[in-house]
Design a protein around this ligand. Sequence first.
Ligand SMILES: [Zn+2]
Length: 282
Amino acid sequence: MDLQVVEQVAELGAWIADGDVVVLSGAGLSTDSGIPDYRGPSGSARRSTPMTYQAFTRDPIARRRYWARSHLGWRTIGEAHPNDGHRAVAALQDRGAINGIITQNVDGLHQAAGAGDVVELHGNLARIICLDCGDLTAREALAARLDEANPAFDAAAVAINADGDAELDDTDLDQFTVVDCLSCGGMLKPDVVYFGETVPPERVARSFALVGNARTLLVLGSSLTVMSGRRFVLRAVKDGIRVAIVNRGVTRGEPYAGLHIDAPLGIVLPHLAKVSSGPVRI
Ligand SMILES: [Zn+2]
């Protein structure tokens, strides 16, 4: 770390030692876990155009293609492990410095690292919801059903892994068999917020309540491009709550941040956990 970053981390450490920190995390926190930054609320684990709720529910061909791509993408996300950044956040929370975590990520890695009180703004890819009966089931079980329904699909998947830039042909996608809810036969969807869909109001309210009671809003790995995350920064500024951002590159929150550390999260966060290891509020 260069000297400027060391000084910034020391200052952030002092903010954190004051306690009452709320974390807002984005895709940049999970890239070290091998999850690409696809940006924005989307259930799609591909670089292709994000699925919209309208297309998913109304267009059977789009839905079939989505499930085929998403089934492949799930192998990456489902096998991902938390990284040093997630572990540092969990450690800070364990010491009482962090009151809550709001995440734009749908990978569940905060919880996998041992963190609690996580508001998953955009849902979690590990859950499947039935749009008809509301039944929630595990993604793993659905993945097994999809594997069973598509025994020939594996070959196409191997071809993709050999060449990361390859996309599946539409003909491969169109042969993919989608499965329905085991309870009611209804339409299944990953329990994540798509473009064109709004974040459930209770999650937004819970997040605003967390921010409203915070002394510091700590943004980790989010460029704050989408309003679903940026609004919490705007609220914090309006309420006089200080904002710190740790992110690689430019963010739309910069004008509002009292502290912006442009450095890798995998280095900054473990260091931060170390420098702020002093007494934190009991
Ligand atoms: Zn159902």
